[in-house]
Design a binder for this molecule. Sequence first.
Ligand SMILES: CN(C)C(=N)NCCC[C@H](N)C(=O)O
Length: 288
Amino acid sequence: MPVEEFVAGWISGALGLVLGHPFDTVKVRLQTQTTYRGIIDCMVKTYRHESLLGFFKGMSFPIASIAVVNSVLFGVYSNTLLALTATSHQERWAQPPSYTHVFIAGCTGGFVQVYCLAPFDLIKVRLQNQTEPRARPGSPPPRYRGPVHCAVSICQEEGPRGLFRGAWALTLRDTPTLGIYFVTYEWLCRQSTPDGQNPSLATVLVAGGFAGIVSWAVATPLDVIKSRMQMAGLKHRVYRGVLDCMASSVRQEGLGVFFRGLTINSARAFPVNAITFLSYEYLLRWWG
Ligand SMILES: CN(C)C(=N)NCCC[C@H](N)C(=O)O
């Protein structure tokens, strides 16, 4: 099994993550709290109360973890394509796989990475939702002191299964959308590259960015539900499942609830995925 794909996926995931984390914090807050009037209001309040550091809350953990998840995603995707089409990454522009194979490989990568992603994503969402300013002498400490404290508290208070809260919504979000993600990337690259040649740097950047936007636009409704289910344990809200969370969110906030965070998700998705695909492709060409 070729391992370069896993390493390239790890590095490209880490680069994308640093670039996208401030957008991600604003998105999570907009999706799970009702105190903000919109993106700008959330950014201004976060900056006023928590300084620039507020936007980077919960980032150290994803650097080590979500980058691993990206490595699983790209590694499983590429190795599934290898199993389906018997072409390695280097041969794939000369002998392009069918879009059906790309979709199946993307869905497989998406499905497998969910089980690494679920606990890390839950901890990230809980930490990003802590809106207390940085601890000052005399002020009450935040609910979670950091990722490890957060993981231990969830296990103690909600049981180890608490770490997988929202995992089913995450599976429904990621399995099809990662198929769409890789198909969009491949399709855009092939549209602007002569047959048999490697796509240019600009093509990879634009195709990666749009693959991010398209897949996140499709993923946003289930992303909202996933974040709410992840926060439910903390707020002592009980949802009976994905459908119950959808129904109760729509009842209280209308259909628009499914589009919460869509703009910020898309704004974040372009640079994150442009840099992710660029570093992934170029690392593999460099090692190839
Ligand atoms: C729509 N979905 C779930 C995705 N496209 N997932 C792939 C993640 C890529 C990048 N790390 C990101 O966070 O955008």
